[in-house]
Design a protein around this ligand. Structure first.
Ligand code: DGT
Ligand code: CA
Ligand code: CA
Ligand code: ZN
Length: 585
């Protein structure tokens, strides 16, 4: 899984070229290639080996060599040469909202600004306002942008973190001196955002130096931040930091547990240990001075009288009590999924055709797929007119008549209008198998208005799912201001399923409220919100978050059989017809 790194390096080159004032076509070539790499259904390495990389749309002939260099060495000389001309912190300025290459050049040339810290100091000293092209207003805007960066910059999306960590892990395991190694920390717990990539490895004391050097030689390492006999910290290209803890084989299980965390879970574990006369810490499990043999985390839990607690559940909530009583849920797994809903196609803003998405679902072994393109008002996203909806239905009918999987469902991601009404009339809505109702505009309403808007939307009898319920974009935008409980109450009352949008930028509904939603007996459904065939695989992130929320397979609609799903939609539609009868036509 190198696509993340390849894309990031290409993007950095584009940024550096922009800074150079290079030909915009050359800049765009690198940006397009980065985007193309991210959208690939196959691994870039495979295409390179097959010699078909140049055939990918967006990857110009001139870029193949650069991509090959990154894939083979984890680095790109061109990037290094360009980056060497500037202070290392200068690229960070591109992450400040509102700053582009022109302004950054001015900041660098006029004031010698080469980092976020320099920029902030210059703003506070009032030195930005006087620069050509800047003013008091833009100085204030830069300060505000810096503030929001600070709130987010130290964290990463799980979809960026996991592939990066898996590569590091594979590299570690390739060392003959590493007996065991695993990913730990928030990533192993599948948090929705990740601070750093924690690794734990069993390494004999005499081999630590060799392993530290090997670790530092991994692809994509920018520099070594620190290196000792128990801990090595690296800065990776693309902004990740990775911490490796090296421990003795006999310490491994306890260390893995400790560095998986969470801190809160560890506190509860230590007090549980105390109660049964034991001590647990990062070095092992002890009764008085005596070290107890603990070969795995399962053994560690067992010694404490606990069932194995999946890493996703280790957040210091009630997982210990449940483990004690043997009441932990059997968590959903990827293999439980039978299909999904809420995917987009070229009918609206998707990049793959309906048939391509269907083939993609079949390749994942799914028996059904729900197509949910945008509705009329989502003009920016190519929302469908009623005529286009009916034309798409014909295409879906044709597909289904062929009789081979996946069975396609007629869905729609229907905009929730400002007043909470839906974007199509009831008659058209009744023609769909299901409706995902989502907000895509007017995010900044007063709490009461936004709450009333969503309550009204989920109260419409045709609504099957509430789409990305809070509208948050991780590390970029907070959710709407909303009385979420009131909306969830209304949805629960009407049997509306709140989706778990599995797009890694969203992961919405968040696992914390999702946990409560499931505990009140309500169901969710894991939707990739895919805009490409590769995007279908985003359900993986949804499964991870569902597990964090403690979901068993039975609580997730898209683990059910095709017949059960059809039955659910038919029931909903029958009910909607009943409820709407007096008001339709
Ligand atoms: P992150 O990196 O912010 O996404 O979150 P974590 O949970 O990966 O935090 P990190 O990297 O600081 O530490 C990894 C684990 O190590 C953490 O989940 C629990 C353990 N740990 C670190 N510091 C402490 C501590 O001061 N007390 C306890 N009990 N555990 C700690
Ligand atoms: Ca961490
Ligand atoms: Ca760490
Ligand atoms: Zn949407």
């Amino acid at each position: 899984m190198q696509r993340g790194i390849v894309a990031r390096v290409l993007r950095e080159v584009a940024t550096l070229l922009e800074l150079e004032g290079e030909n915009p076509f050359r800049v765009r070539a690198y940006e397009n290639a980065a985007r193309a790499i991210e959208g690939l259904a196959e691994e870039p390495q495979e295409l390179l080996e097959a010699g078909t990389l140049a055939e990918v749309r967006g990857i110009g002939a001139g870029l193949v060599a650069a991509i090959a260099e990154i894939l083979q060495t984890g680095k790109l000389q061109l990037r290094a040469d360009l980056a060497a001309k500037y202070p290392p912190g200068l690229l960070d300025l591109f992450r400040v909202g509102g700053l582009g290459p022109k302004k950054i050049r001015i900041l660098h040339r006029e004031l010698g600004i080469g980092s976020l810290a320099d920029l902030e100091a210059a703003c506070r000293a009032g030195r930005i306002a006087g620069l050509p092209g800047f003013g008091a207003k833009s100085q204030a805007a830069i300060l505000a942008a810096l503030e929001s960066l600070r709130r987010y910059e130290a964290r990463h999306l799980i979809s960026d973190a996991l592939p990066a960590a898996e590569r590091i892990l594979a590299h570690l395991l390739a060392s003959p001196h590493v007996a065991r190694a695993e990913i730990a920390g928030s990533l192993r717990r599948r948090r929705e955002t990740i601070g750093d990539l924690d690794m734990v490895a069993a390494v004999a004391a005499s081999d630590r130096e060799a392993v530290a050097q090997h670790f530092a030689g991994a692809d994509g390492v920018d520099r070594v931040l620190g290196s000792g006999s128990t801990k090595v910290s690296l800065q990776l290209l693309g902004g990740f930091q990775s911490d490796l803890r090296m421990v003795d084989e006999e310490e491994f299980a306890a260390a893995l547990h400790h560095f998986t965390g969470s801190k809160e879970h560890n506190v509860l574990i230590r007090s549980r240990a105390k109660r049964v006369g034991l001590t647990v810490n990062e070095y092992g499990m002890f009764r008085g001075e005596e070290r107890l043999r603990v070969r795995s985390e399962a053994e560690l839990f067992e010694r404490l009288g606990l069932a194995f607690i999946a890493p996703e559940l280790r957040e210091g909530l009630d997982e210990i009590e449940l483990a004690e009583r043997g009441e932990l849920p059997v968590l959903i797994e990827r293999a439980d999924l039978t299909g999904t809903f809420h995917v987009h196609t070229t009918w609206s803003d998707g990049r793959a055709s309906l048939a391509e998405m269907a083939e993609g679902a079949a390749a994942l072994g799914w028996g059904y797929l729900g197509i949910a393109d945008h509705s009329r008002s989502a003009a920016y996203a190519g929302g469908l007119s009623p005529d286009q909806v009916r034309a798409q239905w014909r295409e879906i009918d044709e597909w289904n008549q062929r009789g081979r999987p996946p069975r396609l469902f007629k869905g729609i991601e229907c905009d929730i209008l400002l007043d909470g009404a839906l974007d199509f009339d009831d008659e058209l809505l009744l023609g769909f198998d299901y409706v995902v109702a989502s907000v895509h505009s007017r995010f900044r309403l007063p709490v009461a208005e936004m709450t009333a808007r969503l309550v009204r939307a989920v109260s419409h009898p045709c609504v099957t799912f509430l789409g990305h319920p809070t509208g948050r974009l991780l590390l970029a935008r907070e959710g709407y201001e909303l009385d979420l409980d009131a909306v969830l109450d209304a949805a629960a009352e009407r049997g509306v399923i709140v989706e778990l949008n599995a797009n890694p930028h969203r992961l919405d509904l968040d696992w914390r409220p999702l946990r409560g939603w499931l505990r009140r007996g309500c169901a969710t459904s894991i939707h990739p919100d895919a805009h490409s065939v590769a995007g279908l695989r985003d359900v993986d992130w949804g499964v991870a978050i569902a597990r964090k929320a403690g979901a068993a397979a039975a609580q997730v609609l898209n683990t059910r059989s095709l017949a059960e799903v059809e039955g659910h939609f038919a029931d909903r539609r029958g009910r909607a017809r009943e409820l709407l009868r007096p008001s339709t036509r």
